[in-house]
Design a protein around this ligand. Structure first.
Ligand code: ADP
Ligand code: MG
Length: 338
């Protein structure tokens, strides 16, 4: 069995706002093993970013972790009894990249200055060592003309190159886990594919574990071993990527798959999920997806838990167990082959 790196256990995160308490994460449990790639998907507002921020220690007032545990290699990172090195682990052993490289790179310094700073501070390298390593890292992430790029400011680089620069920065500390929060959402399709290819390549070469966060199921398809689907602050289905794409069981997962565009261009009818996500200010009664669910029944107003079902976990009283229609198969076939 692979070693568990990050384990999130029954996590609850609240934000206290003027309108009330936003229950953004409601009992989320997930784990990532060494070298494993986990996709975390769901519509905007489902709690994906807050979950990963909690793991990275980036939930600040008005947000608060009010329940559950977060462990790194078996040791809790939370509370006064948590790991004494939790700050060092976050940022060194796990690193995070974001949608917009512009906001995480400092506009006032060249990319080279920023990455050598990280190397000198965290890896205690001298200037010459840091410069040599920075060049290696820029080469590793496929930045063209890396020596010149090191002397450029973030605004002088294209979106795709900046994203590569941010990945290089995240890799500077040689993390074991990379959390990528919508890293390709702001990029056009071609560049997006290149960045995904890069992540896949790095994952193999460095035996990196990755949590790929995205609202787009197409993005996780070629990259992830397992996929967890979030809705309204909860995980509603978790299974191998193959199962999620070929035999989804939760009606929400099926809805997400149907609303993913086809890349073969055969038929671009996307069936979006009617209705809107739940209001996280409200306590949830019963299944959070029930009001939008095409197969809801009276029993769905009773609470539902994530349950083992064969090799997957599903939070649905009436999970779909097939047969999956031909139209559905055609619609989703291409996703796994991207
Ligand atoms: N700083 C904040 N203050 C209040 N609510 C917040 C804050 N950050 C996130 N939330 C709420 O938490 C919920 C989940 O957000 P998020 O994790 O960013 O969703 P996702 O990444 O899935 O799009 C949203 O309803 C959002 O409004
Ligand atoms: Mg987000």
């Amino acid at each position: 069995m692979t070693q568990k790196l990050l384990e999130i256990d029954n996590l609850e995160v609240h934000f206290t706002t003027r309108r009330g308490v936003v229950r953004a994460v409601r009992g989320v449990s997930l784990s990532v093993g060494k070298g494993e790639t986990l996709g975390l998907v769901g519509e905007s507002g489902s709690g994906k970013s807050v979950t990963s921020q909690a793991a990275m220690g980036l939930v600040h007032i008005p947000g608060e972790i009010v329940g559950g545990d977060i462990r790194w290699k078996g040791q809790s990172l939370l509370g006064p009894e948590g790991h004494p090195l939790s700050r060092r682990i976050r940022g060194r052993e796990m690193a995070m990249i974001f949608q917009d490289a512009m906001t995480s790179l400092n506009p006032l310094f060249t990319c080279g200055q920023q990455i050598t700073e990280v190397l000198r501070y965290h890896r205690k390298m001298n200037k010459a060592q840091a410069q040599a390593r920075a060049l290696e890292l820029f080469e590793l992430v496929g930045i063209s003309a890396p020596l010149e790029r090191l002397n450029q400011y973030p605004f002088e680089m294209s979106g795709g190159m900046r994203q590569r620069g941010m990945i290089a920065m995240a890799l500077a500390c040689e993390p074991e886990l990379l959390i990528a929060d919508e890293p390709t959402t702001a990029l056009d399709v071609t560049i997006q594919a290149q960045i995904l290819e890069l992540l896949q390549d790095l994952q193999k070469r460095l035996d990196l574990s990755i949590i790929m966060i995205t609202h787009d199921l197409g993005v996780v398809a070629g990259l992830c071993d397992r996929v967890a689907v979030m809705y309204g602050g909860q995980i509603v289905e978790e299974a191998s990527a193959d199962e999620i794409f070929s035999h989804p069981a939760h009606p929400y997962t099926m809805g997400l798959l149907r609303s993913t565009p086809r890349i073969d261009g055969k038929d671009d009818r996307m069936v979006s999920i009617a209705g809107s996500p739940p209001d996280l200010l409200q306590a949830q009664q019963g299944c959070a997806f029930a009001s939008r669910c095409p197969s809801r029944k009276a029993e769905c107003s009773r609470d539902v838990q994530l349950k083992e079902m064969a090799s997957r976990q599903v939070a649905c009283r009436f999970p779909f167990s097939g047969p999956w229609s031909r139209d559905f198969k055609e619609r989703t076939d291409h996703i796994g082959t991207r």
